[in-house]
Design a protein around this ligand. Structure first.
Ligand SMILES: [Zn+2]
Length: 321
């Protein structure tokens, strides 16, 4: 099969490798579409805390089951599925608290095990979510980025009618805004990049506005400084985007947090239940996603696709193996 293989940080090759065989409790999936996100850019060109090499990346996958491993009886061949990218143990403290994404034995598709930048991918049966016929492959694959946004809004404890400031008008910022609207909150997007500012459409934000919740979906230390400065009393800042190491140690005014009873919380990835919830939101039309795809490219054009992401010249890119 054709696959993208990263052997060292900064480069990848596209080559023919053997189709993997599903083991006990696994299925083989023929990939229909895989989403590209900024995390893939970081993973391939800069490296990532959770990446184990060599690796086929790709953590946003929708496809069709084409081979069943031993002990798989819940699913049949040809079933269309979304693959939740994590496998968690279900036994540790975070798992029992509903935070499977923080599982101490977490293995992420595209990071610890091979992902969807290939014609086929293996997945444990417990990570599958079957898709209704009413969802297209291209819509369903948004479940992964949307799940991460839903986790962030959960960490923010976002409530109806609250005002939420979202830094970044890219795919993540747009999904955060649409998910906030679906939760009956009032989203405002702040886009620091002039070229991308037109994407704010409908969310023009007065510069002095303060927010009950702020989510930073741009990997910029300045964004975090601005977001903190725009929090209301009892406001909550969610650290959604990681920062390069040189920006991660910036100063925080703890006295401001003290006097204004503000909170900073982190959000990393998503749990399985966020995938189920994301698919419900997309399927019942509360969150529209299909207009967000700016590029549909063959897997062979991954390098050009990564350039588009790096230069912020795209919205969502879907890759087709
Ligand atoms: Zn666990």
């Amino acid at each position: 099969m054709k696959a993208v293989v990263v052997e060292e940080i900064g480069s990848f090759t596209i080559r023919d490798i053997d189709i993997p065989q599903p083991g006990k409790g696994e299925v083989l999936i023929q990939v229909a579409v895989t989403g590209l996100c900024r995390t893939d850019l970081k993973l391939i060109r800069v490296g990532h805390r959770d990446l184990v090499l060599p690796r086929i990346p790709g953590e946003e996958v929708v496809g069709r089951i084409c081979q069943l491993g031993e002990n798989v009886n819940r699913y049949a061949l040809d079933q269309r599925v979304y693959v939740y990218p994590g496998t968690s143990c279900g036994q540790c403290g975070p798992c029992k608290a509903g935070a499977g994404n923080l599982c101490r034995k977490m293995k992420i598709m595209g990071f610890h095990r091979h992902g969807g930048f290939a014609e086929y991918v293996l997945a444990p049966v417990d990570s599958l979510i079957p898709l209704p016929d009413t969802l297209t492959d291209a819509e369903a694959v948004f479940a992964e980025p949307l799940s991460c946004c839903l986790n962030a809004l959960e960490q923010a404890n976002l409530k109806a009618r609250e005002r939420i400031g979202i830094w970044g008008a890219g795919p993540a910022g747009t999904l955060l805004a649409r998910a906030s609207l679906a939760m009956k909150a009032a989203p405002f997007i702040i886009e620091p990049d002039d070229a991308r500012r037109p994407l704010q459409n409908g969310y023009a934000t007065p510069p002095e506005m303060k927010f009950d919740v702020a989510v930073v979906a741009v990997g910029s230390a300045d964004g975090y400084g601005q977001a903190l400065a725009h929090l209301n009393d009892r406001g909550r800042l969610v650290v959604f985007s990681g920062l390069p190491p040189e920006g991660a140690g910036q100063r925080v005014d703890f006295n401001a947090l003290h006097y204004h009873e503000q909170t900073i919380s982190g959000a990393y990835g998503c749990a399985f239940r966020h995938g189920q919830l994301a698919l419900e939101y997309i399927n019942d039309g509360r969150i529209k996603v299909s207009d967000m795809v700016s590029h549909r490219l063959p897997l062979e054009e991954l390098d050009q696709a990564l350039d588009l992401v790096e230069k912020r010249q795209c919205m969502k890119i879907h890759l087709y193996p």
